[in-house]
Design a protein around this ligand. Structure first.
Ligand SMILES: [Mg+2]
Length: 174
C-alpha cells in the first residue's frame, strides 16, 4: 500500500436479517423484503465516508437449494435497487460452503463461513480499511464472533429500522 493511501472506516453488514428480511434462504428478487431504513443506512454510511461491505453466509448453495449464480444475480439486483436510492455497497463477499453440504464441491470446513472471519479479513486485505474505526452489524452471535475474530466491534441488530441503528453507531465514535 502506498504511503499516501487514506484509510477509511468500514461497516461490515450481514445480509439476511440486516439489509433484507431473513425469510429462509432468499435467493430471488421476489423473495426479498428490505429491512426498513436499509437504503437510508447505506446512503448515510456512504456520505460519512465509511466503506460498506456485505458479508453473508449462503450455505443454501452448498445445500443445493440454489446455484451460486443466483447469489451473484441477487446481489446485482440489490445494487440496482440501492442505486435507485443513491446508496452503494462497495464490495460483497458470500460463503457458499457448509461442512455438511449436500454438494461435495462445497462440503468444506472453510475459513470464510461466519463465525470465522475469512470474508472480513479478505476485504480488509483488499481495501484501505481503518480497523480502529470499523464495525460489523449482524443479527446472530456468529456474526459478532466473526467481527471479534477480525478485531472489530460487532453490533447485534435486533430488528426495527437499520438507519436508526447506523445513526446511533456513527454518533458514538466512528
Ligand atoms: Mg443474518
Amino acid at each position: 500500500m502506498s504511503g499516501g493511501t487514506v484509510l477509511k472506516p468500514a461497516a461490515f453488514l450481514d445480509r439476511d436479517g440486516v439489509l433484507i428480511q431473513d425469510t429462509g434462504y432468499p435467493h430471488r428478487p421476489d423473495q426479498v423484503a428490505w429491512i426498513p431504513g436499509a437504503a437510508e443506512a447505506v446512503r448515510r454510511l456512504n456520505g460519512a465516508g465509511v466503506f460498506v461491505f456485505v458479508v453473508t453466509n449462503q450455505s443454501g448453495v452448498g445445500r443445493g437449494y440454489f446455484p451460486e449464480t443466483d447469489v451473484v444475480s441477487l446481489h446485482r439486483w440489490m445494487e440496482t435497487e440501492l442505486a435507485s436510492q443513491e446508496a452503494r455497497v462497495d464490495d460483497w463477499r458470500y460463503c457458499p460452503h457448509h461442512p455438511e453440504a449436500a454438494l461435495s464441491r462445497y462440503r468444506l470446513d472453510c475459513s470464510c463461513r461466519k463465525p470465522k472471519p475469512g470474508m472480513l479479513l479478505d476485504l480488509m486485505r483488499r481495501w484501505p480499511v481503518d480497523l480502529g474505526r470499523s464495525f460489523l452489524i449482524g443479527d446472530k452471535p456468529s456474526d459478532l464472533a466473526a467481527a471479534e475474530a477480525a478485531g472489530i466491534p460487532g453490533h447485534l441488530f435486533r430488528g426495527g429500522n437499520l438507519d436508526t441503528t447506523v445513526r446511533m453507531l456513527l454518533g458514538t465514535g466512528v
